[in-house]
Design a protein around this ligand. Sequence first.
Ligand code: ATP
Ligand code: MG
Length: 495
Amino acid sequence: MHKVLVVDDDKVLQQSVRDALEYHHFSVEVADDGKEALTKVYGSKFDLVVMDVNMPNMSGMEALVEMKKHDPSLIVLIMTAYSNVTDAVKSVKEGAYNYLEKPITSENLVALIKRALKARSLVETTAFSAPKISIDGETTEGKFVGESNEMKKVFNIISKLAKVATPVLIRGESGTGKELVARAIHYNGPRKDEKLVTINCGSIPETLIESELFGHEKGAFTGADSRKIGKFQYANGGTLFLDEIGDISAAMQVKLLRVLQEQTFTPIGSNREVKVDVRVIAASHKPFEKMISEGTFREDLFYRLNVLPVFLPALRERTSDIPHLVEYYIKYFNSVHGLNIKGFNQESLDVLKGYNWPGNIRELRNVVEHCFIMESSDEITPSSLPHQLFESRKNANADERSDVIDIEGIRNSVIDDLKKDDLDQYTFKFATKGEGDSVKLDFQNSKESFEKEFITKALKLHKGKINQTALHANIPKKTLLRKIDKYGLNPKEYY
Ligand SMILES: Nc1ncnc2c1ncn2[C@@H]1O[C@H](COP(=O)(O)OP(=O)(O)OP(=O)(O)O)[C@@H](O)[C@H]1O
Ligand SMILES: [Mg+2]
């Protein structure tokens, strides 16, 4: 039975939504405002939240943001009066699944809830839930896609790693499924009913990361106005996934090493040690061996983490998986967009197989979605494939590849975005192909000034939000962060 939380300060509406849902066999709990709703969401697992916007104590918008932080898989539907539709649209940008305009009919509500749950059961596979991998290394339920020998080896390792509590280091290029592996290890092991807590070490500023990991006492530093529990403590009994571990500072490396060795740490400003039982899974695409020889990553920490390494092959190294992944995403996007696309024709599949996939599975997913939008027949043909697939980059060497910026792709996507927005607000000047000829004289300089201008404009367009900029301008997040740093840009200026 699916568990739904209904949040509204209007008791009459709250009760009528509850009645409608219970009639359709949902298990329902209620809350009178955002704050109470948040407490309930922290306390137990809901499948879905139906929530009003304007409420005392904490608005629906604020509660939504916190809920999605706590549980990204939680589906939130916003109920709103017609006059507040702008808020509702904003809520969708903040991660709400959709919004319903009041007055709400139980028919609409139930239909929307069923659609949301169905879409999630398909999405589960990728980002949110537990990919099930049976002990013999075969996939079950088609959830973690991979039929190639390379992936079978990975599944085999995962099933072994799941049973023990040793740290794991997952390595692989961007988009190869490192996070999925972390989830598979956690959800197939004895800790599966405990928490899997994720922290992205690359996206948290140096000054905050210690407090995020280990927590702090009230007054430990300026701005610490209450006590905070760190992720290590929060994950106690479960698993902590340290994503982008290659990005942490030397000082944090020392602290991490200590927790890994002793399973104890001291929150900032505290004089008491905390003991925890946490399984650590780390991931990164960084060249650790090189970093160790350059002195930017501690060898002792590397060996601690690397007891059980998992290497994820790049997609170009296992092209036999491409048809399976494509089939999987076709099914998914058919359901999301309510279409009935049969698949890619042979010619377009051949293009996919010949491409070098610098963004790996994530890029493949985006390509399939792109084709869904472009294709007007029920079979995908090469004319719907994005431009970049026809530029043969299969033989580019790996180091260069990690730096590839898909300028054409970014350019097109920003222009597309601009078309949607108010064009006059942003004036863009892109070098045309003709102008490019003279630019070639100093390629490096031109590339840099273009990149800087481009990233500045993209950041402005997306109000300084890193994730959105990365997504819509088609720049890998890490590349974006690196470039922001390189060009000394300040995303906060565009908030
Ligand atoms: N074998 C797979 N089967 C199905 N989906 C996959 C597979 N591998 C990756 N994906 C999907 O591809 C996307 C990228 O995967 P994930 O986020 O795990 O990659 P990553 O290696 O952590 O990337 P990054 O280094 O950029 O963080 C996700 O949507 C994930 O669900
Ligand atoms: Mg990742």
